[in-house]
Design a protein around this ligand. Structure first.
Ligand code: C2O
Ligand code: CU
Ligand code: CU
Length: 571
């Protein structure tokens, strides 16, 4: 029995000698009142083996949320797990307090009730836990669900959109199992391949244009998507929604966290049997999933467990598709154009921020990886972004492996990858970009609109979950401050000490000469203001603070140029 897990990984190519299962299609929630109960359960991925899993409203994965742009949803997340967690709406433009990042924890047996307007355009997003250092565990054990956003613009196009009939959720994942059939996380032994939680799945698609809402929900693996007969398919959308027009392709590379809206024309394929594959043998090196996960000068050692994983660098099957009869009212053509985009123009940016990825041990592939020299600290705000800023972020990857960089709050336009204009399929909106390994660079532009909050940050991080959990993450606040406060928004310019404090005394120092102080506030973590004190002397650069009750507080220094918030702790 225990050897089973190593047998399944030999299922490479289309020749299935093991039992297939019908592809699970997650149920949908279409109402504006959404209840998600996070729970533990048991899933039988492999016959006769009970695997402990986690899901939302079930044992594994979660329902697909179908949301209408412009509507307001009220969500209740009920945490029935024996562990604290959070739920993040990946890709959605929501206020920081609704975003479900690592600061919005839901204790066991507690409810979290965010409510927000759907402002996103039609597209594919997803939800998953985001507790710092536990994202990998909670996602690997099974919590993840698709979000399909609909809007009038998309509705006006002749596209397949009948869920489970000509419009299919396709959550691609690889997972690792131990010899007892239990899921392991933070592993490079992710040898099991599944779609929607179904191992070795099959499905019948109708002989017409079929839509696949693809998510790479894997912890680390990059997928080189294609069909076994190398047929051409059409990419119509990426993370942030539709492209300007469909892009014909035989392959599509999809990194962890990324989504792809894909049409495949099966109208002349009745009776065909084709497989949805990952052609990982075609992945260039220095990508997790390729033969070699790293490259370049200074690369040392290898990724532990990587070479023994037979998925790496080989072609393997995700889904077995048989083409059956068309539906009564099939879509038979692919629209020539979709929506229009008007990206902010380079040169209109208010600021350019440079982020560099490095690793602790030069050339090491195992991490921890760092952004701008440090690993994630819940108490450090890396950037303060003035509301309505247009920003260019440049990402430089000095590590030997590609990292899928993700940012909350916004969707960006990629300006350059390794100095060149990105391929057409990457010219829409995205919230994840694969930054090439070995000195690869990416440049993107985005606007930070609608939501500002001086206490709750948004995250940016690598979407390889072990990297994220080990601290390849940072956070930014969007502030309504009237102008940028870059001169004081880095750590060294503002210091609080001692922090934590044993006796409730803190000293706050800032060094920037152009920082004009107005007031400071002390508040509780949920935003209740305890005190608000005016600063009359505009020339001071230091404050002495005395608090008495032990606990964690937020201190906000209000400057004429904006706000800076930091967490302080009294033991
Ligand atoms: Cu999909 Cu910050 O995450
Ligand atoms: Cu996200
Ligand atoms: Cu990474």
């Amino acid at each position: 029995m225990k050897k089973l897990f190593f047998v399944y990984i030999l299922l490479i190519g289309g020749a299935n000698i093991y039992a297939q299962s019908p592809l699970l299609i997650p149920p949908t929630i279409t109402s504006e009142t959404i209840n998600l109960t996070l729970q533990e359960g048991i899933t039988t991925f492999y016959e006769g083996i009970e695997t402990n899993t986690m899901g939302a409203n079930g044992s594994l994965l979660g329902p697909t949320l179908i949301l209408q742009k412009g509507s307001t949803v009220s969500i209740t997340v009920d945490n029935q797990l024996p562990d604290t967690t959070t739920i993040h709406w990946h890709g959605m433009h929501v206020a920081p307090e609704n975003d479900g990042g690592p600061h919005s924890i839901i204790l066991p047996d507690e409810l979290w009730t965010p409510s927000f307007e759907i402002m996103d355009q039609a597209g594919i997003n997803w939800y998953h836990p985001h507790l710092h250092m536990k994202t990998g565990e909670h996602v690997s054990k099974g919590i993840a669900g698709l979000i399909i956003v609909k809007d009038d613009e998309e509705e006006a196009l002749e596209l397949p959109r009948t869920y489970g009939v000509d419009d299919f959720p396709i959550i691609l994942q690889t997972k690792g199992f131990d010899t007892d059939g239990q899921i392991i996380f933070h592993t490079n032994l992710d040898t099991s391949v599944m779609v929607n939680g179904t191992v070795n799945p099959f499905i019948e698609f109708p002989a017409q244009v079929v839509r696949m809402r693809v998510l790479n929900g894997s912890s680390q693996r990059v997928i080189e998507l294609g069909f076994s007969d190398d047929r051409t398919f059409q990419i119509i959308g990426t993370d942030g929604g539709l492209l300007e027009s469909p892009v014909a392709a035989e392959r599509y590379r999809i990194a962890p966290g990324q989504r792809a809206d894909i049409l495949v024309d099966l109208s002349t394929s009745l009776g065909d049997n084709i497989q949805l594959m990952s052609y990982a043998s075609e992945l260039p090196n220095a990508i997790y999933g390729a033969t070699q996960p790293g490259m370049g000068a200074g690369m040392t050692g290898s990724l532990i467990g990587y070479t023994s994983n037979p998925l790496n660098g080989s072609d393997y099957e995700f889904l077995d598709i048989t083409v059956g009869a068309a539906t009564a009212d099939p879509i038979l053509t692919v629209p020539a154009t979709l929506i229009s985009h008007s990206p902010p123009v380079e040169g209109t940016e208010d600021i350019t921020r440079a982020l560099t990825f490095t690793q602790t041990v030069m050339g090491d592939l195992n991490g921890p990886f760092k952004i701008n020299g440090s690993t994630f600290d819940m108490d450090v705000i890396d950037y303060t972004v003035p509301l309505n800023n247009t920003e260019i972020w440049t990402l430089t990857n000095q590590t030997p492996i590609a990292h899928p960089f993700h940012i909350h709050d916004i969707q960006f336009y990629i300006l350059e990858i390794n100095g060149s204009t990105p391929p057409v399929q990457l010219r829409g909106l995205n919230d994840v970009v694969l930054v090439p390994g070995g000195m690869g660079t990416v440049k993107f532009i985005a606007q930070f609109k609608d939501f500002a909050n001086d206490t709750i940050p948004y995250m940016f991080h690598c979407h390889m979950l072990p990297h994220e959990d080990m601290g390849m993450m940072g956070q930014f606040i969007v502030s309504e401050g009237t102008s940028d406060i870059t001169s004081v928004d880095n750590n060294s310019a503002l210091s609080i000490y001692p922090n934590p404090s044993m006796n409730g005394q803190f000293k706050i120092d800032w060094t920037a000469s152009d920082a004009t102080p107005k007031s400071y506030q002390i508040s509780t973590l949920d935003g209740k203001i305890i005190s608000n004190s005016e600063i009359t002397d505009k020339n001071i650069t230091t404050l002495d603070i005395q608090l008495s009750v032990p606990g964690t507080y937020l201190i906000t220094l209000v400057l004429e140029q904006g706000h800076i918030t930091r967490k302080i702790v009294i033991f």
